[in-house]
Every structure is written in C-alpha cells, then in structure tokens.
Design a protein around this ligand. Structure first.
Ligand code: NCD
Ligand code: ZN
Length: 345
C-alpha cells in the first residue's frame, strides 16, 4: 500500500475568505497548504471594482502570517451594471484574475447578481477578447424549478446559450454536483472546465436530510442523489484535465448555520486535503490526486503549476479541530464522517 505521496503544492480555485474576524481566523487554514486561491467576491457589499479588489487583496495579505507566499487571485462580482471598460482596465493593471457570475439570489450574498443574462453580453465579449475567465455559480433561481434540478436547468437555459453567444469565453462551471454537469463539461470545447468541491465528493442528500437535518451539510448547490456523488468522484479521480479542485470552503458562524433559516456553505479548508487523499485512496486513484489539486487548474487558467511540493504520509488517524474560533463566534469544520489517515507535511 502507498504510504507516502509527493505532489506539487495545490491551489484552490474557489474560496471564500470573508473579511475582518473571519478572514483572520480562516486564512491560515488555506494558506498552510495551498499556494494560490481564487477569492470569491460575495462580500457584503460585494467587490464590484478593481479598486475594491485591490483593497480586499491588501486586507488578505495583511492577514497572512509573516513570510507566507500565499497568492490571492481576485475576482469581481458581475452585475447587470458592470462596466466592460472597468473590467478590461482592472485586468490590464493586474488587479483582478476573473469575474464571478451569480444568478440573483442563488446563494449567500447574491442579491446583486444577474437577473437578465442578455444584459451582460457586452462584458462577456470584452472578457472573451481580453482572455478573462468567467467563474459561474450554475443554478437558476426560478420558483418553478425544484432545488435539486437547478444546476441542470441552468446549463440548459443559461450556460449553453451564453457559450453559444461567446464561444471564445473561458468558463468554469463551479462546484458541480450532477452527472448532467459532468457530461456537459466533458462534451464541451476546451474553453469550458469545472471545479468540484471536497464535500460534494463525500456527502449526498441523504447525509443532509435522512437522519435528522444536518445544517453543516447544507450548501449550494445542494448535495444531490448518490448516483451524482459517484459521477463526481469518477470525474475528479480520472485525472482528466477539465476537472479540478475548487473547495468552495465557505465559513459561516455556527449561529447562522444552526438557525431556523440556516445559511448555505460548508467550511472545508482545514481538512480539505486530508479528505481528498482519503477519497482518492478509496477510488484507488492516488496517482491522480496531483492532477486534480495541482495541475489541471493551472493548465486551464494558463498559469504554471507550483514548483514546490508537499508530502502526504499515511499514518494514524489525523486529528483536526472540530471548530475554528474567531473573535466573533465559532465555525464548524466539515465532518467527513470517516477517519482520515493522510497527514500533510
Ligand atoms: C457560499 C457562501 O457561503 O458564500 N455558500 C455555499 O453554499 N456554497 C456561496 C456559494 O458559493 O454558493
Ligand atoms: Zn462559493
């Protein structure tokens, strides 16, 4: 049995760091192992301009431990009023890496998201020309669409038309949760890729709902049936270049999660890599882990993979905190409900 594994240092292609007390508490959990991360702009208020992205990047850098070389890759929150010139300018000046598309009200802090997708065509054209990637939260929010169907309907009604109108646009369908999404991405051109979270490789909707409601497993897109979880595991562990890690680690205080109207998001930064190694071992695919965590993402985004390496060692069960303390409350760490044996040096 393999007991040590050396891989290039991983990156996280979808991460929520928030601001203030949460930022300082959760940033070390990611910066410990990951070299770079795409930072989500759904703060309240959202990051709408290059200037705001730069100020947020400074707050992140200021919260890093001394000597850390963690690199936050900043995003703008795309709205119907986003100015294509501002996007092009911010990209030219190195202020931003990508734009994030939230359908209005699809998830946490998405009220300023897009309602009428025809209104973003000019920005998307500018992004195609400037080679700026679009990160997509792929769910419709129409009341008549069942929550478990929202991703599949989004692909059909929104994503596919956008890609037909902008065939050169580089698009990441983020945190995919269905076989439908896996198939759609596999069938598409190299301009489309998908990120997969750690938690969607571990839980299905029964884990969320079948033995009492588990608010810490509630995230968006919501976990689906077992057959979909298995499709995601297959996609992630195959090594195929279109699928890479985006943890969507999304910290919320416990009182916001354990609430009559609990908020969506799983916090996985603390044990993400140990869980992934376990999942890849279960799938007999440890040799593919590096592709998923460290190679496919940079290759899609046109970046060099990290040169440094990390070593994973299989030993006694890994101990990790169940909660992260912040000055303003506690954040529960995702519970994979299985022992983890891979230690990361
Ligand atoms: C994210 C958050 O809390 O910001 N929540 C989640 O359930 N994933 C937003 C998001 O990525 O949808
Ligand atoms: Zn997210």
């Amino acid at each position: 049995m393999t007991t040590t594994l050396s891989i290039r240092r991983p990156d996280d292609w979808h991460l929520h760091l928030r601001d203030g007390a949460i930022l300082s508490a959760v940033l070390p959990e990611t910066a410990r192992h990951f070299a770079r991360a795409i930072i989500m702009p759904n703060l309240d208020p959202p990051i709408l301009t290059g200037e705001q992205a730069v100020a947020y990047r400074e707050r992140i850098r200021a919260a890093l431990a001394k000597g850390s070389d963690f690199e936050p890759l900043m995003t703008l929150y795309l709205t119907e009023n986003t100015d294509p010139n501002e996007v092009a300018r911010a990209k030219r000046n190195g202020e931003i890496f990508a734009l994030k598309l939230y359908p209005a009200n699809a998830t946490t802090n998405s009220a300023s998201g897009v309602r009428d997708f025809s209104k973003i065509d000019a920005v998307l054209e500018t992004m195609s020309e400037a080679g700026i990637p679009l990160c997509v939260h792929g769910e419709v929010t129409d009341d008549d669409v069942d929550i478990f169907d929202r991703e599949a309907v989004f692909i059909d009604r929104v994503l596919d038309p956008i890609r037909r109108r902008h065939p050169e646009l580089k698009v990441t369908l983020e945190h995919i949760t269905t076989q439908t999404a896996v198939d759609y991405v596999n069938a598409a051109t190299t301009k489309l890729a998908a990120s997969i979270t750690v938690h969607h490789l571990v839980i299905n909707r029964n884990d969320l709902l079948a033995s009492g409601i588990r608010p810490h497993y509630y995230c968006l897109p919501i976990a689906k049936r077992e057959e979909h979880r298995l499709a995601l595991r297959k996609a992630a562990t195959a090594g195929a270049s279109k699928f890479f890690l985006g943890t969507d680690s999304a910290p919320h205080f416990d009182d916001g999660k354990e609430h009559p109207c609990g908020c969506a998001g799983c916090f996985t930064a603390t044990n993400a890599l140990a869980i992934l190694a376990q999942v890849f071992e279960q799938e007999d695919a440890l040799d593919k882990l590096e592709f998923f965590t460290s190679r496919n993402g940079p290759s899609f985004y046109g970046l060099s993979p990290n040169q440094e390496r990390i070593t994973l060692t299989r030993a006694d069960a890994v101990a990790y905190p169940r909660k992260i303390d912040t000055q303003e409350g506690q954040i529960t760490v995702f519970n994979p409900n299985m022992p983890l044996y891979w230690h990361i040096d």
